[in-house]
Design a protein around this ligand. Structure first.
Ligand SMILES: NC(=O)c1ccc[n+]([C@@H]2O[C@H](COP(=O)([O-])OP(=O)(O)OC[C@H]3O[C@@H](n4cnc5c(N)ncnc54)[C@H](OP(=O)(O)O)[C@@H]3O)[C@@H](O)[C@H]2O)c1
Length: 216
């Protein structure tokens, strides 16, 4: 069975772990406080899940998700993620993360920051614009009418395809927002950030997105 490694096991990490287990993956969860603090979640997830350190979760994952406060991405282990696809769910909230000048002046995007930290990994932005609880309530089988869609962004076409397949398995259509540099189109305060959208609606939202500087 493929293994999903999770760095961060909070609202989003725990929900992605549940979806992965339900879809036949093995799961390795991690946080900053140590595997023992994740014993209740590991027990809930069952025998195909285990808790580990972030480095061990990174090493074990065929696919690895980074889903932690953005301000902590510099702590993500680099070496064990070399060559791997890394899914980035992170959003920028200055009140939580502190001010990051390059995001305030919109010269880069959240996922490009993670890509810079992980130069030998293939970062794909995903799962950043859906509320955690909805990950396990809004999925539907492929082909369902009005199926909810989620956006991805990334610079590696094959990595995007792999993540798109994962999202489809998890119950959602996929809309490609382009390279990581276009990830801002689905950042906080854009039209597609939060609401339930079909693929067609989400494509419209991405096209209509405005930079923060143009929102004033
Ligand atoms: N909540 C949502 O609905 C939602 C939706 C889309 C995207 N997001 C974004 O996804 C990311 C995660 O959100 P969340 O709501 O899941 O956050 P959360 O509930 O606060 O969970 C964060 C997780 O990361 C762990 N963590 C913190 N620092 C870490 C580090 N240095 N190394 C490893 N693990 C670390 C935390 O555990 P310890 O503190 O024990 O280490 C916790 O398990 C954020 O960037 C958020 O903006 C959230």
């Amino acid at each position: 069975m493929p293994t999903l490694g999770l760095i961060g096991a909070g609202h989003i990490g725990s929900q992605l772990a549940r979806l992965a287990i339900a879809n036949g993956y093995d799961v390795v969860i991690s946080n900053s406080r140590g595997p023992e603090t994740l014993a209740p979640l590991a027990a809930e997830l069952g025998p195909r899940a285990r808790a580990a350190t972030p480095a061990a979760a990174a090493a074990a994952g065929d696919l690895v998700v980074v889903t932690i406060p953005l301000k902590a991405i510099h702590t993500v282990p680099v070496e064990p993620l070399k060559g791997k696809i890394v899914i980035d769910t992170n959003n920028y909230y200055p009140q939580r993360d502190g001010h990051i000048a390059e995001l305030d002046n919109e010269s880069t995007t959240t996922a490009e920051l993670l890509q810079r930290h992980l130069p030998a990994s293939k970062v794909v932005k995903a799962f950043n614009h859906i509320q955690a609880a909805q990950l396990t309530t809004d999925g539907q089988p492929k082909g369902s009418a009005n199926r909810r869609a989620l956006a991805i962004a990334g610079d590696d076409a094959a990595a995007k395809k792999t993540v798109a397949n994962l999202i489809d398995r998890f119950g959602f259509d996929v809309v490609d927002a382009g390279p990581l540099s276009e990830g801002w189109r689905i950042q906080r305060d854009t039209p597609g950030y939060g609401p339930r959208r079909t693929a067609e609606q989400l494509r419209g939202d991405l096209a209509a997105a405005k930079r923060y500087r143009d929102m004033k």
